[in-house]
Design a protein around this ligand. Structure first.
Ligand code: NAD
Length: 379
């Protein structure tokens, strides 16, 4: 069985799906690994490193695709690449089956099998495979560095001969993996931090990091849905959230937003009016741009200035830390793939509680119920 690693083609992408350390492990399971020349260049892995780990390296992308049994990727492969794969080949990556189901049609039509790392259950057994958490950790960390770099203040409180400098105030909206990492990073830099989430369970995690948890009256509703994820809350709760956030935003120097509900547009938590009432020099880093953004004024992929307030909405912050992002992702993929490899061949057991749920498409048929529903609704 050949596992293939290609150069990612999405603009700005610098990560690679497998690093040499993982290549060695997979070869130990009798898989053959083929790598496109230059695939790991930005992620600190040269062609020579891959060869030393036992992979074959080639510049012939078309031949690599034609021979691939398993294509491991970061982003969904472009349609041209999909067309070159063998019917029945397996693709693994961030395929975005829930928020962009239509884009999976070429894989369906080409009879592929596709596993989406976003669908891997967030269970204890699957923790080592949790690529969403790996990337979110990097994104949350980097967002704070971007904010700290842009805001015209320092983060820590300093007592100097010229007087005392108060600490910066940071508000983090959405206390999932990215939000909690943002809180931890801002705290390490010395900021005073507040966190907000609709899941009551997030409160304990926020407080354990030394931040204050902002609470609203949920009107008896739970913000927690299946699998520990948030669910969509009522408009009344959203309104209360926006009011509280607008009030806090007036005194905040930086807001980092990461609120998301899987498969839905990101909730709008910061209104245009709230932005207009923020102090000049304040910074918003909106991490939910791929699903529309948490701030009404965010422009995904760009940075704008609104009356002295900077609104950044980066779309791929994980790619700005390619060495560690690739290392973590590669380990996640290796943990996911290894149990499926028997005597060097892929053996798919759909009754397995990780393999079954993470499969979006099997041999050209939509397998995941939410993908099936989304595609049926559009056809
Ligand atoms: P996510 O990216 O789906 O969402 C980010 C955060 O936004 C979540 O905390 C969510 O509650 C919050 N949110 C949604 N709507 C909101 C709103 N209207 N206002 C404010 N906040 C809102 O989440 P994630 O980082 O992928 O984590 C999702 C869950 O999975 C969390 O409970 C996390 O602790 C859990 N998790 C478990 C494991 C594990 O056990 N292996 C691993 C990682 C994450």
């Amino acid at each position: 069985m050949q596992i293939t690693v290609l150069r990612e083609t999405q603009p700005g992408e610098s990560r690679v799906a497998l690093i040499p350390e993982s290549v060695k492990k997979l070869i130990g399971l009798k898989a053959a690994i083929a790598v496109e020349s230059g695939a790991g260049n930005d992620a600190g892995a040269s062609d020579a490193d891959y060869e030393a780990a036992g992979a074959s390296v080639s510049s012939d992308r078309a031949a690599l695709l034609a021979a691939a049994d398993v294509l491991v990727a970061i982003n969904r492969p472009p349609t041209d690449d999909i067309a070159r794969l063998k019917k029945g080949a397996v693709v693994i990556g961030f395929l975005r089956p829930l928020d962009e189901p239509e884009t999976l049609r070429p894989m369906l039509e080409h009879g592929l099998t596709a596993f989406s790392v976003e669908l891997i259950p967030r269970t204890t057994r699957a923790q080592a495979m949790d690529a969403l958490s790996s990337m979110a950790t990097i994104v949350g960390y980097k967002a704070v560095l971007l904010a700290a770099d842009r805001v015209p203040r320092m983060f820590p409180m300093l007592t100097t001969a010229a007087g005392t400098v108060p600490p910066a105030k940071v508000l983090v909206l959405g206390a999932g993996v990215a939000g909690l990492q943002a809180i931890a990073t801002a705290r390490r830099l010395g900021a005073v931090v507040e966190g907000f989430d609709v899941r009551a369970a997030a409160g304990e995690a926020v407080r354990s990091l030394g931040a204050k948890f902002l609470e609203i009256d949920m009107g008896g509703q739970s913000g927690e849905g299946a699998g520990g994820y948030a669910k969509e809350v009522t408009e009344e709760v959203m309104e209360r959230s926006r009011e509280l956030i607008a009030k806090q935003a007036k005194q905040t120097d930086c807001i980092i937003t990461s609120a998301a509900v899987p498969g839905r547009r990101a909730p709008i938590l910061i209104t245009e009016e709230a932005v207009h009432n923020m102090k000049r020099g304040s910074v918003i880093v909106d991490l939910s741009g791929t699903t529309g953004g948490n701030c009404a004024l965010s422009q995904p992929g760009t940075t704008i200035d609104v009356n002295g307030v900077t609104i950044m909405c980066p779309l791929n912050l994980a790619a700005t830390v390619p060495v560690h992002a690739s290392q973590l992702y590669s380990r996640n993929l290796t943990a996911f793939l290894s149990p499926m490899i028997k005597e060097g061949e892929l053996s798919l057991d759909f009754d397995d509680d990780i393999v079954g749920p993470s499969c979006a498409i099997h041999q050209g048929e939509a397998k995941h119920p939410r993908l099936q529903a989304a595609l049926a609704a559009k056809s």
